[in-house]
Design a binder for this molecule. Structure first.
Ligand code: MRU
Length: 366
């Protein structure tokens, strides 16, 4: 994506001081939209910390950061013990997004059979391949989603196409383009009169801070709303479609995404609003059928509920307390939307019904 005239990906290699060794560059997403700052990650521990503290976030980007984290570990020590420890350290950072385990397993399968001296280079190549594939998949998701938006717009010529999204499933959540936002970018560039309702997405406000930032940079008309406004807007015909990302999709088409997604799906169902979920193949967990019963839901710090970050009048980024001192907070980071509430899964291979048969039709021969 272009930020103020410069093309960016969310993660990149940086030559490091050691001969032939590399560091990882990332955008610090904890400071957006107020400060655009990059960070350099030089060790597996730093990569793990960046994922845990959400300097990087979004399922596909978490996966790519994990893959490069293994490279960093193997540069420092390419032995079997180092590989196993790095895998565990990175895999433990965020339990819900399946892309992380998928990417770690993919790199481990490449490097494990090799001589230690060859492992860091092989990990680098595999991580780069995962990153490039992610860009290609998101680009393709954008094209398939664009076709849906074109059909919706054609049904109401001249009218504004109002799309609601939750959390951030844009280029910041991936390597480039995004999943749910890719069709929105393509629609805007194709000249469709698209307008986005952006759920603020408490508690960390990825909608208000990251999605709004992305859409503003791309010039896409958008309006930030509180999380509870979506149902009301749907009742009054103000939402033509909902589109969100997913951190883990079961083989039956249940989708696990940012907390609050399920309530939007229920409201969409009640109001006959199509509810689409955009995802690359790396987000499908073929080992799981029932998302509610089987997907581990990350519980994050209660402080993310009791406190909120913003920019003060002096320009400084600051955190303030919302709740009475001593009030408990609980912070499940994701929820599961059952497949029956999902109109379609927009993948890099096309749009699938949110059923086992629908996913099999697209991926069955792999
Ligand atoms: O906690 P986050 O910010 O990592 O959650 C991100 C989401 O819920 C996204 O919707 C999901 O990862 C899909 S991103 C393409």
């Amino acid at each position: 994506m272009n930020i103020d005239g410069k093309a960016w990906r969310t993660i990149w290699l940086e030559p490091d001081s050691g001969l032939g060794s590399y560091a990882i560059g990332v955008i610090d997403q904890t400071l957006l939209p107020h400060q655009f700052t990059t960070r350099t990650l030089r060790s597996c521990a730093e990569a793990a910390d960046a994922i845990s503290t959400m300097v990087v976030r979004g399922a596909p980007l978490i996966g790519v950061t994990g893959a490069y984290g293994l490279m960093l570990a193997l540069q420092a020590d390419p032995g079997d013990t180092s590989l196993a420890a790095a895998f565990e350290q990175l895999n433990a950072t965020r339990p819900t997004a399946i892309n992380l385990r998928w990417a770690l397993e993919r790199v481990r399968a490449k490097v494990q059979p090799l001589a230690p001296a060859e492992r860091a280079e092989a990990a680098k190549a595999e991580a780069a391949a995962i990153a490039d594939e992610d860009v290609a998949m998101c680009d393709a998701i954008g094209n398939h989603g664009l076709a849906i938006f074109q059909q919706l717009a054609a049904a109401r010529p001249g009218a504004r196409l109002n799309v609601l999204t939750h959390c951030n499933a844009g280029w910041l959540a991936t390597v480039d383009w995004g999943t749910a936002l890719a069709p929105i970018y393509k629609a805007h560039r194709a000249g469709l009169p698209i307008h986005v309702w952006v759920d603020e997405t408490r508690p960390r406000n990825q909608g208000a801070s990251l999605t709004a930032y992305e859409l503003a940079k791309e010039g896409v008309p958008h309006t930030v709303i509180v999380d509870n406004a979506g149902g009301h807007l749907m009742q009054h015909g103000q939402v033509d479609a909902v589109i969100v990302g997913t951190d883990r999709t079961t083989r039956r088409g249940d989708v696990c995404n940012k907390i609050g997604t399920y309530l939007k799906a229920l409201a969409a169902h009640d109001n006959g609003v199509p509810f689409y979920v955009a995802l690359p193949a790396s987000t499908i967990d073929w080992t799981i059928g029932d998302g509610v019963a089987e997907i581990p839901i990350e519980a994050r710090s209660a402080e993310e509920v009791t406190h909120i970050q913003g920019r003060g009048a002096d320009g400084a980024i600051t955190t303030v307390q919302l709740t009475p001192t001593g009030s408990a907070g609980f912070n499940p980071a994701f929820d599961v939307t059952p497949a029956r509430l999902v109109t379609g899964l927009i993948t890099e291979r096309g749009v699938a019904a949110a059923t086992e048969a629908g996913l099999q039709e697209l991926y069955g021969n792999d």
